[in-house]
Write a protein that binds this ligand. Structure first.
Ligand SMILES: [Zn+2]
Length: 425
């Protein structure tokens, strides 16, 4: 992976700017560089921050610009990186417990502009990491290794202590506390965090350093895979749908109308058939492998814990049955795990977001084309990661209970409800 940093562009963007304005302009610039590469982040994934100072009355107060929820790094602008007061955030370092809603209220209360978007759920971890710039991604190559049973050991050998290693902890307050403790205990020259089952954080005193460390650590993952003769193909193109795909799509559309529920009235189906997807769809143990979980915790919110698998020649009636079985299986997953949750949960709709058709490809499902394309993109990245992870060792993502906790996290449910364009996605 190559750095896209350009001194010329950075100078153009910061011309005549100083202080917080300059910090923010550089933060926007490298956030967009990260967001422009789907092998670093996809669809609202990842987040970035910069610490600075702003004038409040006649004094300067320490602030942090942090990615706001609802923004994509690839297209982010200054309003997508609202400023929060830094000092109150740092005081939370020694708090034992904070529930999700309380944390969001607290973060919002510390926004300088109350009309700004809600700070990322990782805002506290960004605040705790003692560096001016902090970048976080779910890079494809890093996830191949982060989802190995011995991920921590692999990371120690690849990064040689330059990244401190955090075992899986649910994103939000708990991860902020755990990440801070690990980083604080690591040597002072540590350049970031490797999060098992999740991704990478890098830090730097300037925008370029934090960004280029991300590129370098991702490249180290790619090289390590290459040493094991594993090349994760770059984004690939789908072949146009052939008759089997067209027939299946019609049958699926019909079955979704017959079954009622979320997609009865309106559904968008995004067809994908890249070489990786076709190989993945033909795996002998596809059923088992797709039951293991998602490649990074975030994804479960968009694509559910597992896809529906259906044969290419399934009729409309057979697909109605398959969808009913999927709903039963999903309800079983809900009931098994909801009883362990700390608060009562309400089941989300039980229809799949990804349908895999062995030998033909896969469909992303959504109530509009944007939501369907997001599901398609995440499923496509999943196929590339799982194939590489299995070639390397064994694809071993977070447990079912952890997936459930993420999917049914009150904050994440709130995020989906707010994001009107993918509402009921
Ligand atoms: Zn993340």
């Amino acid at each position: 992976m190559k750095s896209l940093w350009s001194d010329q562009e950075a100078q153009r963007l910061t011309h005549n700017l100083e202080g917080a304005e300059r910090d923010l302009a550089l933060r926007v610039y490298t956030s967009r560089l990260i967001g422009s590469d789907p092998d670093l982040v996809l669809h609202g994934g990842g987040n970035t921050s910069a610490k600075s100072a702003l004038q409040d009355g006649d004094q300067d107060i320490p602030v942090m610009f942090i990615k706001g929820s609802g923004w994509d790094l690839g297209t982010i602008q200054a309003p997508g990186l609202p400023a929060v007061r830094l000092e109150p955030l740092l005081e939370k370092r020694h708090v034992d417990r904070m529930d999700d809603r309380e944390m969001v209220r607290f973060l919002r209360a510390n926004l300088l502009d109350q009309s700004a978007p809600t700070p990322s759920v990782e805002a506290l971890l960004h605040a705790f990491l003692p560096a001016k710039f902090v970048d976080h991604t779910h890079a494809t190559a890093s996830l191949v290794l982060a989802n190995q049973p011995n991920a921590a050991e692999i990371a120690r050998s690849i990064f040689e202590g330059r990244l401190a290693i955090v075992p899986y902890v649910m994103p939000g307050f708990d991860l902020s506390i755990a990440g801070d403790k690990v980083f604080a205990a690591a040597p002072p020259q540590t350049e970031g965090l490797f999060l098992v089952n999740h991704g990478i954080f890098t830090v730097g005193e300037d925008a370029r350093t934090a960004y280029e460390r991300m590129i370098e650590f991702t490249t180290l993952c790619e090289r390590h895979l290459a040493d094991h003769r594993i090349v994760v193909p770059g984004p690939e193109t789908s072949r146009p749908p052939e008759s089997a795909a067209i027939r299946f799509k019609d049958a699926l559309r019909g079955a979704l109308a017959d079954i009622g529920g979320l997609f009865a009235e309106k559904v968008a189906l995004d067809y994908r058939s890249t070489p990786s997807i076709l190989t993945y769809s033909m795996l002998e143990n596809l059923e088992e492998i797709t039951s293991r979980g998602t490649v990074t915790p975030d994804h479960v919110i968009r694509i559910k814990p597992f896809p529906l698998i259906a044969p290419a020649d399934a009729s409309r009636t057979e697909l109605v049955r398959a969808l009913e079985e999927y709903a039963q299986r999903y309800t079983g997953y809900f009931e098994r795990n909801a009883k362990n949750a700390t608060e009562p949960k309400v089941i989300l709709d039980p229809l799949p977001r990804v349908v895999i058709v062995p030998g033909v490809g896969l469909f992303g499902l959504g109530s509009n084309s944007k939501a369907a394309a997001i599901a398609g993109d995440l499923a496509e990245q999943t196929a590339r990661i799982v194939l590489a992870a299995e070639a390397y060792g064994r694809f071993t993502p977070i447990s079912e209970q952890d997936l459930f906790d993420m999917e049914y996290w009150s904050l994440e449910q709130a995020k989906l409800q707010k994001d009107k364009s993918v509402k009921a996605a």
